[in-house]
Design a protein around this ligand. Structure first.
Ligand code: AP5
Ligand code: ZN
Length: 214
């Protein structure tokens, strides 16, 4: 089962992708997480990506496409995978399709998690990310048991650099301009599924399970 998560920044793609990966036993591949891990480890890729991410801009396609195309061919991806944050531009989607076609494969589901811009701004301000394992929380909707401490690994929680209000606005503009056209792209391919992302996390997940099958 090859699944793509679509949706604005903060729509809940990562939250749902983790649940999907767990339920269906497939890897969760988040390009945002890959870049953040590279930044943390001070790699060349991380240094390059950071300059774009901090401004709310997309990292250039050439830095992300090969990385994902390689990743989806690893042995743990044979049963499928859930891609979160990729593709994000039409050229990225075309590159993925071309690579899959060579392997005789295709995307099965593109799930669009719909949340209006107004809700996004408040969600991002309340998001906290673990510096240790990358787990995400929300101060109101998904609070950790102990304030600012990760339930999973005990490390501290921070506001992501790109979750500051000015940067969130820029990310939303970039989303509407460069990523939203993918909804039509996958609609034409006949794999688009829409879910309401404004309801509680568990209800969003139930809607997704209805689509993917139990
Ligand atoms: P990335 O990490 O992918 O960021 P994003 O798409 O902006 O998505 P987010 O992680 O911000 O949000 P999400 O939709 O996963 O929401 P979440 O589940 O956390 O990318 C970061 C940057 O990397 C990009 O800006 C770009 O520079 C670069 N990049 C990455 N991929 C790239 C690519 N392919 N090409 C080029 N550049 C790339 O939820 C958000 C909050 O809401 C959380 O606090 C959560 O707890 C809460 N929440 C979730 N669901 C609900 C709900 N139903 N009700 C209430 N609260 C909820
Ligand atoms: Zn953690």
């Amino acid at each position: 089962m090859k699944i793509i998560m679509l949706g604005a920044p903060g729509a809940g793609k990562g939250t749902q992708a983790k649940k999907i990966a767990e339920k269906y036993g497939i890897p969760h591949i988040s390009t945002g997480d890959i870049f953040r891990a590279n930044i943390k480890n001070g790699t060349e890729l991380g240094k390059k990506a950071k300059t774009y991410m901090d401004q709310g801009l997309l990292v250039p396609d050439e830095l992300v496409v090969d990385l994902v195309v390689d990743r989806v061919q690893q042995s743990d991806c044979q049963k499928g995978y859930v891609l979160d944050g990729f593709p994000r531009t039409i050229p990225q989607a075309e590159s993925l399709d071309a690579a899959l076609e060579k392997l005789g494969e295709k995307v099965d589901f593109a799930i669009n998690v719909e949340v209006p811009d107004e809700n996004i701004i408040s969600r991002m301000g309340g998001r906290r990310a673990c510096v240790g394992c990358g787990a995400t929380y929300h101060v109101e909707y998904n609070a950790p048991q102990k304030e600012n401490v990760c339930d999973a690994c005990g490390e501290g929680l921070i506001l992501r650099d790109d979750d500051k209000p000015e940067t969130v606005k820029k990310r939303l503009d970039v989303y509407h301009e460069q990523t939203q056209p993918l909804i039509e792209y996958y609609g034409r391919a006949g794999v688009l599924k829409e879910v309401d992302g404004t309801v509680a996390m568990e209800d969003v997940f139930q809607a997704i399970v209805q689509i993917l099958g139990a």
